[in-house]
Design a protein around this ligand. Structure first.
Ligand code: ATP
Length: 372
C-alpha cells in the first residue's frame, strides 16, 4: 500500500465564479471555492440547488457559461474530460454489467494504455484496498449494493487521479451500510491523500466525512466552513435551518443597550440577548435557537416563554419535547436523559427558557440580500 501513497498526488482545486445555465435561468451562479491538496470537502444543499452541475463542470462533462477551474494550478478550460486526471463515482454505480469486477477496475487503465502486467497488479492492489480480494472474477450483479459501490470507488482511483469526485455515492444504500462505507472511504481518502469533493444532500454524511462544507442554496454558495462552524455560527437563516434543527421565532427589535438587545415577540413576551445587535429599533427579525438551547421550567422568569407540552419522546439518550406557544408557534426542546429525568405529562403548561447567549438573529428577508 505504501507505494500507492507515494503514487497519488492530490492537487489543489480552485473554482472561481462558476456560472452555468441549461436554458434561460442560471442553474449555478458565481460559485467559488477551493479544496486544498489532500483535503475532503462536501458540497451540500437541497435537491436542485446545483451541486451536480458544479461537479459536472469540474469533471469536464459540461462547458460552463463562465468561470474558471484550476487543478494543481492548471487551467482546465481547454482540457478534455479524459485528460483531467479526475476519478468519478456516481450514485448508481455505473459499472459495466457484462465485465467482471477486475475488468471494470482495469477499464480506465486500459484506456490509459497501462501495460497488461501492471494493470493486473494494480487491480489486485485496488481490490485489497477496498476489501474485495478474491472478488475479481465476479460480475457486478453477483455483488451486493455496497460491494458494487466499492468497485466503483476502486475503478475511480485505479488510474491514480489527482482529484476524486463523488456524486451521492452512497445514496442508494441503507443507513447502516452507508455508515460503514463512509468510514471506509474516509480511511481510504486519508491513506491515499487524494483531494476529494463529495456531493450530498445528506447533512450527516457531509459532516462526518468532510473537513469543510460548501453550503449551496438555489445556485449560490451560502457559507464555506468547517462542520462545527457551520453548526455553531451559521451565516444565513438557510444554513441555520438546513444544518441541524432550529426553532424559528419572529420578533421586533425593541431596545438596544451597550451590551444588550431586547426583542419583542408576537404575543407580548420578550427575549433579552446579552449582546448588542447591529439592527435598528423596530427592525423585524427572525430569531433561531437549537432544541438543546431550550430548558423547561415550571416557573416564569427572564427569557422564559409560556408553552404547552404536546409530546415528550425519549430518543435513546435524549428526551425530545414538542411544545406550542400561546400564538400557536411550535417549539422543540431536547435534553440529555438520565435515570432520574422527569417526564412531564402531555398538555402541561410550562415555561421554555431560551439560552439567549446562543440565539442567532437574522433580518426577516434573508433571501433578498445574500452575501458571498
Ligand atoms: N440537463 C439539464 N437540463 C435542464 N435543466 C437541468 C439539467 N440538469 C439540471 N438542470 C436544472 O438545474 C438545476 C440544478 O440541478 P442539479 O442537478 O445541479 O442540482 P442538484 O443540487 O445536484 O440536485 P439533486 O440533489 O436533486 O441531484 C435544477 O433546477 C435542475 O432542474
Amino acid at each position: 500500500m505504501s507505494h500507492i501513497t507515494n503514487a497519488i498526488e492530490g492537487k489543489q482545486l480552485s473554482v472561481n465564479g462558476l456560472t452555468h445555465s441549461y436554458g434561460g435561468q442560471n442553474a449555478i451562479d458565481d460559485i467559488s471555492f477551493e479544496i486544498n491538496a489532500g483535503e475532503i470537502v462536501a458540497l451540500l444543499g437541497p435537491s436542485g440547488c446545483g451541486k451536480s452541475t458544479v461537479l459536472r463542470a469540474i469533471a469536464g462533462l459540461i462547458q460552463p457559461k463562465s468561470g474558471g477551474i484550476h487543478l494543481g494550478g492548471q487551467d482546465l478550460a481547454h482540457v478534455s474530460a479524459r485528460s483531467r486526471g479526475i476519478g468519478m463515482v456516481f450514485q448508481n454505480y455505473a459499472l459495466f454489467p457484462h465485465l467482471t469486477v477486475a475488468e471494470n477496475i482495469a477499464y480506465p487503465l486500459a484506456c490509459q494504455q497501462v501495460p497488461r502486467e501492471q494493470r493486473r497488479a494494480r487491480v489486485e492492489e485496488m481490490l485489497s484496498l477496498v476489501q474485495l480480494k478474491g472478488y475479481g472474477n465476479r460480475l457486478p450483479r453477483e455483488l451486493s449494493g455496497g460491494q458494487q459501490q466499492r468497485v466503483a470507488v476502486a475503478r475511480a482511483i485505479a488510474g491514480r487521479p489527482s482529484l476524486l469526485l463523488l456524486d451521492e455515492p452512497f445514496g442508494a444504500l441503507d443507513r447502516a451500510l452507508r455508515f460503514d462505507l463512509q468510514v471506509e472511504l474516509l480511511h481510504l481518502q486519508k491513506t491515499l491523500g487524494i483531494t476529494t469533493l463529495i456531493v450530498t444532500h445528506d447533512q450527516e454524511e457531509a459532516q462526518s466525512l468532510a473537513s469543510r462544507l460548501v453550503l449551496m442554496n438555489k445556485g449560490h454558495v451560502e457559507q464555506i466552513d468547517t462542520p462545527m462552524a457551520v453548526y455553531d455560527r451559521p451565516k444565513t437563516l438557510f444554513v441555520n435551518t438546513f444544518i441541524g434543527q432550529a426553532n424559528v421565532l419572529r420578533g421586533t427589535i425593541s431596545q438596544l443597550g451597550a451590551e444588550a438587545t431586547v426583542i419583542a415577540l408576537a404575543d407580548g413576551a420578550t427575549l433579552n440577548l446579552p449582546r448588542r445587535l447591529s439592527f435598528t429599533i423596530g427592525s423585524q427579525v427572525t430569531i433561531t435557537f437549537r432544541p438543546e438551547e431550550v430548558r423547561l421550567s415550571s416557573e416564569p422568569g427572564e427569557n422564559r416563554l409560556g408553552a404547552r407540552l404536546t409530546v415528550s419522546v425519549p430518543l435513546g439518550p435524549t428526551l425530545v419535547h414538542d411544545l406550542v406557544l400561546a400564538d400557536g408557534t411550535n417549539l422543540r426542546a431536547s435534553e440529555v436523559r438520565g435515570p432520574s429525568t422527569f417526564i412531564p405529562d402531555t398538555g402541561t403548561q410550562l415555561f421554555a427558557e431560551i439560552d439567549t447567549a446562543r440565539c442567532h438573529v437574522f433580518p426577516v428577508e434573508p433571501e433578498v440580500s445574500q452575501q458571498s
